[in-house]
Design a protein around this ligand. Structure first.
Ligand SMILES: NC(=O)c1ccc[n+]([C@@H]2O[C@H](COP(=O)([O-])OP(=O)(O)OC[C@H]3O[C@@H](n4cnc5c(N)ncnc54)[C@H](O)[C@@H]3O)[C@@H](O)[C@H]2O)c1
Length: 317
């Protein structure tokens, strides 16, 4: 059964992608109903979490704590919130957030390799969780989140937020599934997003002094930094990311799957691809085709990260 607290938590979580929280009688709250939120990891995406939650004050949500392993990232956001007269408790180690009994729910936007462990620890500590896509670094890890959430009766929502659509996209899916276009023979998803080279570092790179590198690596391997930029470019390395397939592509993949009426993984999958067009420190494919052998109809997905211009001049942008 949904109670107000659950409703708010779910809505808050979805609202980081799509703001659909309704100002209904749910908003008639008592002070005890305030949801205290902590955002964990706010380099790129987590910044939107912060702005999302801080705008939900009237819905009973309080942005109460922030956690990031980069002190520069932290101070930038704490100062900005200060200007808005929002006081947050800063944490470097997420385990201290989970120890904090005043925190009801956490919103996780760390790199992918942390998603599963962070979510499971949060659940075990009694928090509800919003965790960014991809849910986990591998399928097995994701299933452990589900087990933990069921065991501890906690809410976990992830960030393939296209399915939060209540209008346009949902109506289109219904139109297709009602048979208005006939039998579905194939679903195709495309992730055509230009991704330039991340460059090639000469030997081991210095980790910025502002970063607790042990905590950044966490459950991933602790290897010397071998790319120019620690932040963001991990998306293109196997230890911490999974390329644009699991980054931008996962949104379109989920939409393509939604049209098929599927929510599970396909029983058969194969994929072919490579990192083409430039040589850099990235490892994951920038050009890839994935075939999901669903029973109703196959889903064919394509990632293309190279520019369409013939001479490739804008590849480094
Ligand atoms: N749903 C969406 O539309 C959407 C969009 C963009 C990114 N994302 C997801 O958000 C996540 C973050 O991506 P990004 O591009 O912002 O990465 P990023 O590298 O820019 O930011 C990650 C932040 O997490 C911090 N961090 C690393 N380890 C941490 C730890 N143990 N505890 C606390 N903080 C830690 C880093 O210091 C950094 O500030 C990824 O999983 C990505 O897939 C989702």
């Amino acid at each position: 059964m949904t109670n107000r607290r659950r409703f708010l938590t779910q809505s808050v979580a979805a609202s980081t992608g799509v703001f659909y929280i309704a100002k209904t009688s749910w908003a008639q709250k008592s002070p005890g109903d305030t949801i205290n939120m902590a955002v964990i990891g706010f380099g790129g995406r987590g910044s939107s979490h912060i702005s999302g939650y801080k705008g939900l004050k009237d819905e009973g949500v309080r942005l109460a704590a922030l956690c990031d392993v980069d002190s520069n990232v932290m101070s930038k956001h704490v100062q900005a919130l200060d200007k808005d007269k929002i006081k947050v408790t800063p944490y470097t180690d997420m385990r201290r957030v989970f120890d904090d009994k005043s925190i009801d729910a956490v919103s996780i936007a760390t790199p992918n390799h942390w998603h599963a462990l962070a979510s499971i620890w949060a659940i075990q500590a009694g928090k509800d969780v919003y965790v960014e896509k991809p849910v986990s670094h591998c399928v097995w890890e994701g299933r452990q989140i589900v087990k933990a959430a069921r065991k501890h009766s906690k809410i976990v929502q992830t960030g393939t937020q296209a399915r939060s659509s209540r209008t346009g996209l949902a109506a289109a899916v219904k139109f297709v599934q009602d048979g208005n276009l006939g039998k579905i023979l194939l679903s195709r998803g495309l992730c055509y997003k230009k991704r330039g080279s991340i460059g090639k570092a000469e030997g081991e790179q210095k980790v910025p002094d502002s970063v607790e590198f042990d905590l950044w690596c966490g459950p991933g391997p602790k290897k010397p930094l071998s790319r120019k930029r620690l932040h963001y470019d991990w998306h293109w390395t196997w230890d911490y990311g999974n390329g644009d397939l699991g980054n931008q592509g996962i949104h379109q993949m989920d939409i393509a799957r939604w049209f098929l009426g599927e929510s599970e993984l396909s029983p058969v999958v194969w994929s072919v691809g490579g990192r083409l067009g430039y040589e850099d420190d990235g490892e994951t494919a920038n050009t890839q085709i994935i075939y999901h052998g669903y029973e109703k109809a196959p889903l064919i997905f394509e990632v293309r990260g190279l520019p369409s211009v013939k001479d490739g001049k804008d590849m480094d942008k």
